[in-house]
Ligand binder design. Structure first.
Ligand SMILES: C[S@@+](CC[C@H](N)C(=O)[O-])C[C@H]1O[C@@H](n2cnc3c(N)ncnc32)[C@H](O)[C@@H]1O
Length: 292
C-alpha cells in the first residue's frame, strides 16, 4: 500500500463512520505512523508503507472509526505552540483555552513583581500551568487536580518543557490544597469541567465516550466547579488578584451571574474564533481594577 492509497482508503473509511474531517484525520494518522510532517505525504505519495506500518494504520483507523480521539492514538496535542503528552484519563487541550493564556499573560506582564503566584485549578495535562511557566519566568504555579492520572501527565509535561522548578503539583479538589497556605495569589486560572450530566447524549461521541468524565461533567447544572472556585477564590487571592475562567458555548452569561452572586465583578470577556464568549476575567468586588 502506498501513502496515496492509504490516504484515499483512510479518508473514505472515516467518512463512512461519520468523522467530521476524514481526510485530515487520515493524513494525521499516516504522518504519525511514518513519523513525518504532513507535507511529506504529498511529496512522496508513491512511497510504500511497510507491512508493520500498514497493520498499525488499520488498527488506528478502526479505533478512529469508533470516534476514539486522534490525540490519544498519537499521544500528543499541540497547545500554544508546544506539544503536550496526552493519554486516556487526561483531558485533551483545546484551542479555545489559549484565550485564557493570552489574557493571563497580558495581566501578568503588567506586574513589576519578582514572583507571581498563580493557581491552575483542574490542570489536566498541565497545558495551562506549563505554558504560563514557560512564557512568564516569574510565574510560580500551583497545579491542582482531583485526578492522579492527570497530575502524572502534567508532571511529565513540565519535565519535558523543563519548567518543573516553577510548578508545584497538588492532588485535591478546587482550591482546598492551598487553603492553609499563608501566601496570597495574584491569579487563579481554570478551565473547569462545565458540561451538565443531563447533556451527556448531546455532546460529541469522542468526548462522552473517551475523555474522563470528571474533566467534562460538573453535576446537573454543569456549574459545580465554578461554584467551588467562586466560593473559595476570594480566600486565596490577594484583594486585587484576578480569577480567569473558561466557559462553555452559550454559558458565559450564567457563569457571570453565578460569579456576581458570589461577590465577583466581571472585568472583561474574550471571544473565541466563532465569536462565542469563552474567557471571563473577574475581580473581587469592591477592589481596585488595576492589577497588583
Ligand atoms: C476541562 S479539564 C481542563 C484540563 C486543562 N486545564 C486544559 O485546559 O486542558 C478539567 C480538569 O479539572 C479536573 N477536575 C474536575 N473536578 C475538579 C475539582 N473539583 N477540583 C480540581 N480539579 C478538578 C479534571 O480532572 C480535569 O483534569
Amino acid at each position: 500500500m502506498t501513502i496515496k492509497e492509504a490516504l484515499q482508503f483512510g479518508a473514505s473509511y472515516l467518512a463512512e463512520h461519520q468523522l467530521r474531517s476524514p481526510r485530515e484525520d487520515a493524513e494525521l494518522l499516516v504522518a504519525s505512523i511514518l513519523q513525518c510532517e504532513r507535507s511529506f505525504l504529498y511529496t512522496y505519495p508513491e512511497e510504500q508503507l511497510s507491512s508493520g506500518r500498514q497493520r498499525l494504520f488499520h488498527q488506528w483507523l478502526t479505533r478512529r472509526g469508533q470516534h476514539y480521539p486522534l490525540q490519544y492514538l498519537r499521544g500528543k496535542q499541540e497547545f500554544y505552540g508546544r506539544e503536550f503528552l496526552v493519554r486516556p484519563g487526561v483531558f485533551i487541550p483545546r484551542p479555545e483555552t489559549e484565550l485564557l493564556l493570552e489574557a493571563a499573560l497580558e495581566l501578568l506582564g503588567q506586574s513589576l513583581e519578582k514572583e507571581l503566584q498563580i493557581a491552575d485549578v483542574g490542570t489536566g495535562s498541565g497545558c495551562v500551568a506549563v505554558t504560563l511557566a514557560c512564557e512568564e519566568p516569574r510565574a510560580r504555579v500551583a497545579a491542582i487536580d482531583i485526578s492522579s492520572a492527570a497530575l502524572q501527565a502534567a508532571r511529565q509535561n513540565a519535565e519535558f518543557h523543563r519548567c518543573q522548578g516553577q510548578i508545584r503539583f497538588y492532588e485535591g479538589a478546587a482550591l482546598h490544597p492551598l487553603k492553609a497556605q499563608q501566601q496570597r495569589l495574584h491569579l487563579v486560572i481554570s478551565n473547569p469541567p462545565y458540561v451538565s450530566t443531563l447533556d451527556r447524549e448531546s455532546i460529541d461521541l469522542a468526548v462522552s465516550r473517551y475523555e474522563p468524565d470528571e474533566a467534562v461533567f460538573s453535576g446537573k447544572s454543569g456549574h459545580e466547579m465554578y461554584l467551588e472556585l467562586f466560593r473559595q477564590g476570594g480566600e486565596v487571592l490577594r484583594p486585587e488578584g484576578k480569577l480567569i475562567v473558561e466557559s462553555g458555548w452559550g454559558e458565559a452569561a450564567s457563569v457571570t451571574r453565578l460569579a456576581e452572586e458570589n461577590g465577583w465583578f466581571l472585568e472583561e470577556t474574550r471571544k473565541d474564533l466563532a465569536g462565542t464568549d469563552r474567557c471571563a476575567i473577574f475581580g473581587v468586588r469592591g477592589e481596585t481594577k488595576s492589577f497588583f
